[in-house]
Design a protein. Sequence first.
Length: 243
Amino acid sequence: MKRIFVDQLADIITFTGDTARHLGYSLRSRVGDRVQVVDALGSCAEVELIQFDRESVRAKRVSDIVQLRIERPITLACCLPKQNKFDIIVEKVTEMGVSRIVPLISDRTIARPSEAREQSKLERWSRIIREAAQQSGRASLPLLERITELPAWIDEIKPLLVDENIALIFCNERERNIHIKSVVRDIKCEVIILIGPEGGFSDREVRMIKDAGAFSVSLGAQILKVDTAALSTVAIIQYELNG
């Protein structure tokens, strides 16, 4: 059954905008069809479509509200790659179940959108997230953060690594001694994955990340592209944490 995300569950729900167009045109839904609706807290119910207007679709709730299983949180913090590769990263890691996505700017990041471009990118990524989450049947939408400079982001999360028992997994192409699987299998808490830009992090940034308390890990002998490293790491950690 098709799953649609809403801000809040109610007895009568009105879909507008892209969601209404998706129901009416893409899915060719009709009065009497049923879909699942899920809110931001993972509460889910079945609704029946009862009215189609030019710009909206109305539905009534026809089932009890149930709570879907929310998996252990995984955050992906990833430096922006060139071109539109971050679109693919956002789509795929949403399908794979991450709970938060943080786009970062580091010393060697080439893609540095202006403020005007940043807003349009965030809007596009939000649309991609919603579509990927609905397609994959997720229980919740991942939170998309604003584009942030790496030092500011490290300062923000550093207290959390100690106070809230969060593990920062730093995928470091210079690491030779510690493979990711030897670290991840012993982690029982929330995880943040940090992926660098093309060319890797600068020496200054590597010191800063390690000083924050990150686990520096290797993904193997090969040098991976940003998108490949992000998807591989999420898959490994998702398997170990959430099975």
